[in-house]
Ligand binder design. Structure first.
Ligand SMILES: NC(=O)c1ccc[n+]([C@@H]2O[C@H](COP(=O)([O-])OP(=O)(O)OC[C@H]3O[C@@H](n4cnc5c(N)ncnc54)[C@H](OP(=O)(O)O)[C@@H]3O)[C@@H](O)[C@H]2O)c1
Length: 194
């Protein structure tokens, strides 16, 4: 698949390298450098938005209608609150199919040779319109991860809040990974009520 990436920073380079390694054609554009945002924005049917959350609407002016946009941005507000770039994107560009995803892990995770931890593939929740999520799901699988259906566009704010909450815990010195009960060794699913 042809994937345009808007943003030449940590997330753009990390995810771009992973998708290239999986055989995709990737073009990464920025406001400086050899490839412009406009070139990357019209490169293919899927675009990764990898810029600060404050810049999402402005940067998407480089993306034509009908493109599936992956929004990995996080907006952590003072006091580790949460802003909602996904909602701003959808309000400004109803002509795009926007999927929230890839926003829960640090960019270093996407640079690892493997994303299987303790025998479990990293799970990547995706929220957005069902057909757009179906387009993005193989891009999760191609990175050796498991796509998780996170629900429709109305669920994207929860994914944004999940990131902000976890980031707040980490900055406070807690082990944010440890807040969810691990899978039981007897084969049970380890739900909170167990
Ligand atoms: N890094 C992570 O671990 C991580 C994890 C999950 C989600 N995220 C989210 O992913 C997004 C990108 O993060 P990142 O770590 O890749 O950031 P980054 O390394 O700082 O890169 C940001 C990129 O956006 C560009 N940019 C900044 N302002 C712009 C503007 N007004 N117009 C056009 N381009 C602009 C920068 O261009 P210049 O080089 O020209 O400044 C740079 O290419 C953020 O929303 C972040 O919250 C990051």
């Amino acid at each position: 698949m042809r994937i345009g990436i808007l943003g030449t920073g940590n997330m753009g380079t990390a995810l771009g390298a992973g998708w290239r390694a999986a055989g995709h054609e990737v073009l990464t554009g920025g406001r400086r450098g050899p490839v412009s945002l406009a070139e990357a924005g019209r490169f293919g049917p899927v675009v990764l938005l990898a810029v600060p959350a404050t810049a999402v609407v402005e940067v998407l002016t480089h993306v034509p209608a009908g493109v599936t946009v992956i929004d990995c941005t996080n907006e952590v507000t003072p006091g580790f609150g949460v802003g909602h770039p996904y909602a701003r994107i959808v309000a400004a560009r109803p002509d795009l199919a926007v999927v929230k995803g890839f926003n829960l892990c640090h960019d270093s995770v996407w640079r690892l040779a493997s994303r299987t931890f303790g025998g479990r593939a990293l799970a990547v929740p995706l929220c957005g319109p069902a057909d757009a999520v179906a387009t993005v799901r193989p891009l999760v699988t191609d990175l050796g991860c498991t796509p998780v259906d996170g629900g429709g566009p109305e669920r994207a704010a929860l994914l944004e809040a999940t990131a902000a909450f976890a980031i707040g815990l980490w900055f406070g010195g807690a082990d944010a990974q440890a807040i969810l009960q691990p899978t039981r060794t007897d084969g049970g699913v380890g739900l909170m009520a167990d």
